[in-house]
Design a protein around this ligand. Structure first.
Ligand code: HEM
Ligand code: HEM
Length: 175
């Protein structure tokens, strides 16, 4: 079934969720640049794709948000306090997925480099550093920490529902 209903998420929502989960999780390998002054195989392997995949995440996040808004009236509802927390976490994750690509681009632009997506120069190289862009772009890292915290709490919540509460919260996102 393509659309969501009150019992479970439909195929399009599940497709967006799991494809984007993989894309977002691999973006976190960028944290590996902090190890050994950037000389780490994780950073070396995934680092070169970080900007291009970030751009794909942005496009998917916009389409997914529009889809989620359309599906909202018939989606599963999470009752109680847990549900309110889950809702806030989902919204913050959407916000992070939408804002982080812009902040990343501002960071690169601010540092005086061109922003290239799959080899195509999206924003040309500025003559010098761009302080206002750098000041905004420096928020990319705090958002990375916020998002990884949310994702860990989110996964823990899903596993708690599945293994401790033994309800259908995880199953309805799987199929
Ligand atoms: C939602 C998509 C994205 C996620 C989840 C993400 C995540 C991350 C993470 C986890 C880090 C490491 C932060 C740290 O060590 O403090 C990072 C760094 C970085 N990201 Fe992203 N990123 C995304 C999109 C982008 C995009 C689209 C660009 C560029 C256009 C970009 C440019 C950068 C740069 C330049 C750094 C290094 C910053 C520094 O050295 O402080 N990111 N990102
Ligand atoms: C192994 C990793 C993951 C698991 C097990 C998981 C599990 C789930 C489950 C069970 C739901 C349904 C919750 C409900 O009905 O209230 C859900 C929804 C959601 N998840 Fe995840 N998730 C994972 C990774 C991620 C990642 C990396 C992101 C994005 C950063 C994410 C973003 C969302 C969002 C925004 C929703 C709300 C529904 C939607 O709009 O798609 N999830 N997740």
């Amino acid at each position: 079934m393509i659309n969501d209903n009150s019992e479970r998420y439909g195929s399009i929502t599940r497709f967006f969720h799991w494809v984007m989960a993989v894309l977002v999780l691999q973006q976190f390998f960028k944290f590996a640049d902090r190890i050994n002054e950037g000389e780490h195989w994780l950073g070396d392997t995934f680092g070169p794709w970080h900007v291009s995949i970030g751009a794909v995440i942005l496009i998917l996040a916009v389409v997914r948000l529009l889809w989620a808004l359309k599906q909202k009236p018939q989606r599963p509802i999470n009752p109680g306090f847990d549900g309110v927390i889950a809702k806030i976490a989902h919204r913050l994750m959407y916000f992070s997925m939408l804002i982080m690509p812009f902040l990343g681009a501002l960071y690169i632009h601010g540092k005086g480099y061109p922003v290239k997506v799959f080899g195509y120069e999206l924003i040309g190289q500025p003559a010098d550093e761009v302080p206002w862009a750098l000041a905004l772009g420096e928020w990319h890292s705090p958002f990375a920490f916020l998002l990884i915290f949310l994702v860990i709490a989110h996964i823990a919540g899903a596993l708690y529902h599945h293994f401790i509460q033994k309800d259908t919260v995880l199953k309805r996102m799987i199929g």
